[in-house]
Design a protein around this ligand. Structure first.
Ligand code: F6P
Length: 328
């Protein structure tokens, strides 16, 4: 193992996700295990620029494996996008004797780390933390599994009231650029239709599908809409459109919003976070840099950060077909 790294900085950045605390815990404890120092950096790149650091040891991360959010807080930094901002960040890291970074976040976080590494040669390792699961190089990002369970639970509750009133519900779920959440919860919660950014279903097909389900005897229905879907209308416009074309349906909208990002992480996310933290720290100590730790075929795998940022995380087409068959 390389002798050069004596202290690692860890931070969370971008949208938070359940499992980030478990990942911080793992990074801190792996550092302790290898007898190197660890500093927590508050509020992502914002805190790095301001030198908002805290020395952490194995005990600093007790009782956080089960907590949602991130004890280090998170932010999206505009200043880090400037050369001046990154220079300040570099000076703060050097002043605090931090030799390498583990950044936990999504593609914005990784893009920042890449630029920083290019300018200053600073060793960086990424851990994918976002509920959207929109990162190439890992089958699961931290928080995705928890978010799926949170959303399915919410949809189950909406189904109760939808069926009592014979209503059609449009439920908007998160997923700015990809439909992973929508597709999985759609199948898991038995939705009638799933509208995702990857596929333009078209309004006519949506109406046709709803009419078909009505004819088949269904009295209530759930349609899942990813926030970034391609159909061209937002979820409220969709409601108006369907109501004006299908008077037989009373339609309601539910936007689940940020509750999807909170809550205690699932066991899957805790285990994944623990594995990723170990792999990130040990890879840095082996002299590796500019990689993201991911889960591929149930093994820890390193993907170059550049590929993780540029690659596309594709949806599972088989799930689309399963969903079609299930709504027969
Ligand atoms: O973390 C990803 C994400 O949850 C997206 O699905 C969503 O579009 C976005 O974050 C919301 O971001 P903010 O918290 O800044 O409103």
């Amino acid at each position: 193992m390389s002798k050069t790294i004596k202290k690692i900085g860890v931070m969370t950045s971008g949208g938070d996700s359940p499992g980030m605390n478990a990942a911080i815990r793992s990074v801190v404890r792996t550092c302790a295990y290898h007898n190197i120092e660890c500093a927590g950096i508050y509020r992502g790149y914002e805190g790095m620029i301001e030198g908002d650091f805290i020395e952490m040891n194995a005990r600093s991360v007790k009782d956080i494996i089960n907590k949602g959010g991130t004890i280090l807080k998170s932010a999206r930094s505009k200043e880090f996008r400037t050369e001046e901002g990154r220079k300040k960040a570099y000076e703060q890291l050097t002043k605090n004797k931090i030799d390498a970074l583990v950044v936990i976040g999504g593609d914005g976080t990784f893009t920042g780390a890449l630029v920083f590494n290019k300018e200053y040669g600073f060793p960086v390792m990424g851990i994918p933390g976002t509920i959207d699961n929109d990162i190439f190089g890992t089958s699961h990002t931290l928080g995705f599994d928890t978010a799926l369970n949170t959303v399915v639970e919410a949809i189950d509750k909406i189904r109760d009231t939808a069926s009592s009133h014979n209503r059609l519900f449009f439920i908007e779920v998160m997923g700015r650029d990809v439909g992973h959440i929508a597709l999985n919860v759609g199948v898991g919660a038995g939705a009638e239709e799933i509208l995702i950014p990857e596929e333009d279903l078209g309004l006519d097909r949506l109406l046709e599908s709803l009419r078909k389900s009505r004819r088949s005897g269904k009295t209530s229905s759930i349609v899942i809409v990813a926030e970034g879907d391609k159909i061209g209308k937002n979820v409220f416009e969709l409601k108006d459109y369907v109501e004006s074309n299908m008077s037989e349906y009373e339609v309601r909208v539910s936007v689940l919003g940020h509750m999807q990002r909170g809550g205690s992480p699932s066991c899957f996310d805790r285990v994944l976070a623990s594995r990723m933290g170990v792999k990130a720290v040990e890879s840095l100590l082996e002299g590796k840099s500019n990689y993201m730790v991911g889960l591929l075929d149930d093994k820890m795998a390193l993907t170059p950060l550049e590929k993780a940022v540029k690659g596309i995380s594709k949806i599972n087409m088989e799930l689309l077909r399963v969903s079609d068959i299930m709504t027969t």
